[in-house]
Design a protein around this ligand. Sequence first.
Ligand code: MIC
Ligand code: SF4
Length: 754
Amino acid sequence: MIFDLEMINAFYKDLSVKIAELRKKLDHPLTLSEKILYSHLYENQRVSSFKHGVDYVDFAPDRVAMQDATAQMAMLQFMMAGKDHTAVPTSVHCDHLILAKSGAEEDLRSAGVTNKEVYDFLSSACNKYNIGFWNPGAGIIHQIVLENYAFPGGMMIGTDSHTPNAGGLGMIAIGVGGADAVDVMAGTGWELKFPKLIGIKLTGKLNGWTSAKDIILKVTGLLTVKGGTGSIIEYFGEGAEYLSCTGKGTICNMGAETGATCSIFAFDKSMHDYLKITGREDVAKLAEANKNNLISDPEVYKYPEKYYDQFFEINLSELEPYINGPFTPDLATPISQMKEAVKKNGWPEDVEVGLIGSCTNSSYEDISRAASIVQNALNEGLVAKSEFKITPGSEQIRSIAERDGFLDLFRKIGGEVFANACGPCIGQWARKDAESKKVNTIIHSFNRNFSKRTDGNPNTHAFVASPEIVTAIAISGKLTFNPITDTLVNSEGVKVKLSEPTGIDLPPHGFGNIEKGYQKPSLKKGDEEIKIADGSDRLQLLVPFEEWDGRDFLNLPLLIKAKGKCTTDHISMAGFWLKYRGHLGNISDNYMIGAVNYFNEQTNSVLNQLTGEYAQVPGVARAYRDSGKGSIVVGEENFGEGSSREHAAMEPRYLGVKAVIVKSFARIHETNLKKQGVLPLTFVDKDDYNKVRESDKIDITDLKHLAPGSKIRIILHHSDGKNEEILAQHSYNEAQIAWFEAGSALNIIRKSNQ
Ligand code: MIC
Ligand code: SF4
C-alpha cells in the first residue's frame, strides 16, 4: 500500500504551475529549498521575496510524524484544541520507550507490559483523531518515515529533532516541539523564520573505508553544534549522485547536530530506486516526471556562491573517516590523527562496547558493509575484543538483515541484537555496571554523545563514527585502531589487515512486508474513547497555563545560572525520566538536574534564597513558585541544543520560571519556550552573563511595550544592596507576542475553537 497517494498526486499535479509562477514573481533562479518552501506556503501567506533568516513565514506542511516520547505531550495538547481529527496525514511511532536489556524479543515483551498504559493512550488517541499508529517493534520513526511516507519535494514536520532524515528522499523535514505539531494538526499555519541556505557541493567519490557518515561527521566539525542554526543545508554535486538514498538520509539526519533547520538532497536515481524497492513505484514515477521541480535551477549549480548564504565544497575522494567526540558531536578528529588525540587528551584507549544501528545508520547498506568486515575478521581468525551491539532501525531492516544472514554473522563475533528502537541511543540501556561510574570508552554510529546520554554514567566517553569504523574498532578493542594502516594479531599470532568494507545499498531480494506493525485508525463509532487511567503516574491531563497578568516581573530570585553546555538532556534528562513524558507534574522533577551551577560547579544543587540552603533545582523552583513569585534561569551559548522535547520548556513554565536569559538559543528550544509562555531572552552584551550573582533578585521590565525588535531592561538587585541594569533582546514577532500574552500558543487555538 502507498500511504496518502491521493495527497501526493494532488501535490505533484500543481507543482509545475506553482513553480513557474514563483519563478516569474521572484525573478531569479531558484534553489531546491526555495521551490519546496514556496510551494508550501499557508493559504493566507502573501508571496514575496522573503529575507533569509529574517522574515517569519506561515507554511502548510504535508504531514506530521510523532514519536512516543514526544507524542504524549503533543496529543495531550491536541486534545485541548477542540478538533475532531487531524487536518493533515499524521503518524505516531512507538520507539523511544523500549529498554534494551536482554535482546529484542524479551525487551519488546517487557516494554509492552511496562508501557502498556502509554501505548493504550496513544493508540486510542490515534483511532479517535485518524492517525496512523506504529506499534512498538515496528521501528524508529525516521526509518519508518523514509520507508513509507517521505516523498521528493514534500514538506513535513516531526516531533523529533532528527526528522530531517527524510531529506534523503528530497523532502524538507523539520524537527519541532509538540505545540508546533498541534498547529499543523489543527489546520492553522505553521510559522518558521524563512531559513538561510547553506550549499555544500560534494565533488569526487567516497572510497575505501569512508562512508556517508564521514561526510556529516566532517560537516558537524566544520559548522560546530551551532553553525547550522536557522539554515537549510542543501547538498549537490557529482559526489551527491554517487551516494545511496539511505546514505543521504544519514547525512540529513545527523545534520540536526549542527543546529540546522534541516538538510536536503535533490531528486536523483538513488531516490527513484529506493522508492521503487520500498513499494512506491507510483511515487517514483511522479517524481521522475517532475524532476526539474525537484532539483535546483541550473544557474544555482553553476554559481552557488551567488545563491546560497554560505557555500562549502568537500572532495569525497580525499575524505578520510572521522571519529567525533567525546561529550559533543562536533569534536571531529580524522582517524589518522586519533592516536595523537587519544594520548594528548587522556581518553581511555580500550573500547568496552561498539554499537551500530539507530535511526541514522541502520540501512541495508550500513548493515551489509559492517557485516562484510565481520566476515573478513572471521575468515582471518579474529574475534571482537569489545562487546558489539546492533539496533536495527526498523522491522523491515531487521527482517531482511536476518534473512540475508547478516545478523547471524554479527552473532558469531558475540554481537547482540536489540529491539528495533532507540534503545541505548536515548539512555534506554540497562548497561551492566553503569552505576559504578567507571571511566570508560564506547563508540557508536548514533547521532549524539552528550554526557550520560547512553548509560547515565558521566564518565563514559562516547565517540561517534560510521558503522564500518565502529565495527573495525570493536574488533580491535582500541580507540586508536586505524583499519586503513594498522594490523591486528589473530588467534594464531599472525598479523592481519582488515579488508576494505563492501556492501550493497538496496537488498537484492527486496523488502518484505513494509507495513508490519502498522495500525490503521479504526474510526469506528465507540472507538473514540481516549484511555487515561485514573490516578496514573505516567499520564496527566493538562490544565491550561494562566494568561500573563499584564505586569512586569519584579524581584524574582535567580533559580540557576547554568555554566557551559546546557543541552535539552541537561534541562530535561531522558533515560529513566522518559517514563514521565506524559505527566507534566512528575517529569518536572527532572528540571535542570543535569545543568552545572556556575557558583558551586555542581549539578542539581542551587541556593534556595528563601532558606539560605542548597537544595535540588526542581524543589527550589517549586518553592519560589509557591511563594507567589516564580524565578529566572540564566545560561550560556546554544542553550537547549539537541532534542525537540518541549518538556524542557513546559517544565519551567509549570515550575513558575518566567524568563530564561542566555547568550544564545538553539532554534527548537527557543520556539518551545515561546509557545509555552516562558520569555526567552538573550543578553545584548554577552559579558553581562558575568554580572549575574548567586543571590540576585531580578526585574524584567518593559513587558507592556514588548514589540518586535524592542529591548528589555533587566535590573539585577545584588544582595549587597547594589543594582545593575543590563539589556536583553528577544526574537518575538507580533503573533508570538500574542502567545506570551495568552499564556501559551495553545490557549489561542483553544479559545478560537470554543
Ligand atoms: C534525541 O535524539 O535526543 C531524541 C530522544 O530523539 C529527541 C526526542 C525526545 O527527547 O523525545 C529528539 O531528537 O528530538
Ligand atoms: Fe532515537 Fe537516537 Fe534517533 Fe533520537 S537520535 S530518534 S533517540 S535513535
